[in-house]
Design a protein around this ligand. Sequence first.
Ligand code: NOJ
Length: 445
Amino acid sequence: MNSISLPSDSPLLKKSFLYGTATSSFQIEGDVDNRLESIWDTFCERPSAIADSSNGDVACDHINRWKEDFEILLDLNVDAYRFSISWPRVMTKEGELNPKGIAFYQTLINALNDKGIKPFVTLYHWDLPQHLEDKGGWLNRQTAFEFENYADKVSKALGEDVYSYATFNEPFCSAYLGYEIGVHAPGRTGRKYGRAAAHHILLAHGLGMKMLRRNVPRSKAGIVLNFTPCYPATDKEEDIHATRIADEYINQWYMQPVMEGQYPEVIKDLSEEDRPPVEAGDMDTICQPLDFLGVNFYTRLRYSAATEQDALYYEHPHQGPVTDIGWEIYPRALFDLLTTLNNRYTLPPLFITENGAAMADEMLNGEVNDVDRVAYYDAHLKMIHKAVSNGVEVSGYFAWSLLDNFEWAEGYEKRFGLVYVDFETQKRTPKLSAAAYKALLKSRK
Ligand code: NOJ
């Protein structure tokens, strides 16, 4: 497929629907000598932690090449750019702002605003300063207050030049992948740890929201959650039940506290010891009115009743068709997700803050003809169109990602970019998907 097409009267083709691309600090920036160490620097040193044994030392060298990347954004003609602030770059160990670090983002934000591109800032996209991890990281309640201080200082410095602030990106990944099953930094394992980390991150979100309301009342403030919709493998009662439990454990565990100030029912199935360390007032702090909810969507999962003792459910491996990272391509789940969330919660406006696909890109005669990625975008945007037509309020869409970059535990082997990056030469080459995205944006009225 060469192009992305939507019905000509689609609300997604109105100028008021924002289109952007997204990145995150650790995945693209490099320039590690000018910032504190983060948990990802340390995790990359662990043998076998990263598929290609790489790290973020250079990544896309974005700190040095941002102007070139900015030109690509201009050429795409996006309305918005979503990126994250590197906590270890902008703060000192003493909890003060690092002027040089914050200046980088101020320059970028000014450049974006000058060209009418709305800056969407994420305060935390997984790169916790290592010195805080040394004190327990997200297992330590104090880290939530360190985040509050960071959110306070950064929002004062960047102010309302930022159109939208998200406190956190995908708390599920930081807590579950990082502290429960240990495949992401800092690589801790244990249900107790995963649940405690999640709680402190949610608490930090609530504390951060308060800072944003106080310091930047005219900027939008919210959070970005990832959702992997859960489907029963059969229509057997026990599989349907296990699927509900899985959904509560991986998706609603973050959504329900943020929206309703409560953990899902599955909390009762956990041993006393594994339950999150909730203190008086925490749930009220976590549940703050949001200007928007960012939804990241990539795939779905299928579940059956647990087969092992202690397990809450059995998660099936992905089945084809899959992307290069092995995730099933199942666009319908995005429609199901948006409509289900809308039926269940009183939602603020939604942004699809990430959606995209890792594909086995090949550079041929200087071109990357990623028809499979174009088809992925096309199918998913059509599902958003359908959800919006069914009454879900979606205000914008961000393609993940602007650039091929450091894909966490997968290293540089999995490419999600609209733009191909040759990691030897740092040459950027927009792929066919970039042209298709640009054409879609241009076709708007
Ligand atoms: C989620 C994360 O926010 C982003 O950092 C990651 O690269 C993509 N999804 C793809 O896995």
